[in-house]
Design a protein around this ligand. Structure first.
Ligand SMILES: [Fe+2]
Length: 357
């Protein structure tokens, strides 16, 4: 039985955030002494089975502190050397990089993690590691007769003669910042700004809402194309609500940059959710053990499936969700997640200059 309670977090000097702490009951009195404090921005209730699996395997109870990435980092910083945080987990390379810059992680040297996780999906200094992959793609309204030969790359979205309208969320969103970070890396700030201006011109409306509302508006015929992570579409396709499944059925997936010369065939933009060991972790051994546990094929399968993401283990080692498979196989951009994080500030500035609200 899981006990849930709400607590107030002192986050930074002036603000307070609400976080949820869940305590997973242990099987024995002794085991209750062994606790791993997981600070996580990834809050999918279905991850519960993973915590329970870790407890069964090790006798270590996972105690969750949930908040947004920024709040978690603020909290760890304010707790300082006394922080009980063992593992800090968040989504998007941009957030992991910011956490690293805030100096909340420590370097881990784990052969198991290095062997399991491809080099481009972890920090080169060993402070954070990717545990799931998410791909940001172009979606299209299947009923509008879109000429798919005109929409093959991210570059196409910025073309003056695209002739299609695009839905996309705000530039304040980290997923867009990381996508832009990849464009900055490829084309420099000037080239990236030119592209972003083109995208802004092709927008169907001012950015509003998250990825799911873009897909819903796309299905409703408000535009021809949308930019979204695939797991949002998979979530709608699996929904218990008929109207959400109906939305998903009207939307198709284009994996960008699958063919063409040079950069054009780099593959679809791929990001991660990931974690690292907290700088002052009281249970460093358990923290490493937990990360290594997340990299095992059994847990990878669950962890990815819980949010309709892709496992970080190479294809063939873990089965991929049938809905994701139905979108087709694709080549992914193997640009290092670290670069996406490093380019974050420049990406934000470029989007500002381009008028991407
Ligand atoms: Fe998301």
């Amino acid at each position: 039985m899981a006990i849930t309670r709400r607590i107030f977090l002192a986050a930074g000097a002036a603000t307070a955030a609400i976080a949820t702490e869940r305590f997973f009951s242990s099987r024995s009195a002794q085991a209750q002494n062994k606790v791993l404090n997981l600070y996580t921005a990834r809050h999918y209730g279905s991850d519960t089975q993973i915590y329970e699996g870790f407890f069964k395997k090790t006798g270590i109870k996972v105690n969750l502190v949930e908040a947004t990435a920024d709040k978690l980092v603020e909290r760890v910083k304010s707790e300082g050397r006394n922080s009980p945080a063992d593992v800090i987990m968040t989504v998007d390379a941009g957030n992991l990089y910011r956490a690293q810059q805030a100096d909340v992680f420590q370097t881990i040297d784990s052969r198991i993690l290095k062997d399991a996780i491809p080099e481009n999906l972890r920090d080169s200094n060993g402070t954070w590691f990717g545990f799931t992959k998410r791909t940001r793609v172009i979606m299209y309204n299947k009923e509008r007769g879109i000429d798919l030969s005109k929409v093959k790359t991210y570059e196409d979205l910025g073309r003056d003669d695209l002739g299609y309208k695009i839905l996309v969320r705000s530039s304040s969103n980290i997923y867009n910042q990381s996508l832009m970070g990849s464009i900055v890396e490829l084309y420099g700030e000037e080239g990236a700004e030119k592209w972003a201006k083109g995208v802004v011109k092709n927008m169907a409306r001012k950015p509003e809402g998250g990825d799911t509302p873009q897909i819903q508006a796309l299905a409703a015929g408000m535009a021809d194309l949308a930019i979204s992570n695939t797991y949002y579409l998979a979530r709608l396709a699996k929904s218990s609500k008929a109207e959400e499944r109906e939305v998903a059925s009207k939307v198709g997936v284009i994996f960008p940059n699958q063919s063409g010369d040079g950069k054009l065939s780099r593959g679809a933009h791929t990001n991660i959710s990931g974690a690292g060991v907290a700088k002052y972790s009281p249970n460093k051994e358990a923290a490493i053990q937990y990360l290594e546990y997340l990299a095992t094929p059994e847990v990878q399968k669950m962890f990815a499936a819980n949010n309709n993401e892709y496992p970080v283990l190479p294809r063939g080692k873990v089965d991929i969700d049938p809905i994701l498979l139905s979108y087709g196989s694709f080549k992914e951009d193997v640009m290092s997640s670290e670069i996406l994080g490093k380019n974050n500030q420049r990406a934000i500035q470029v989007m500002d200059r381009a008028g991407w609200k």
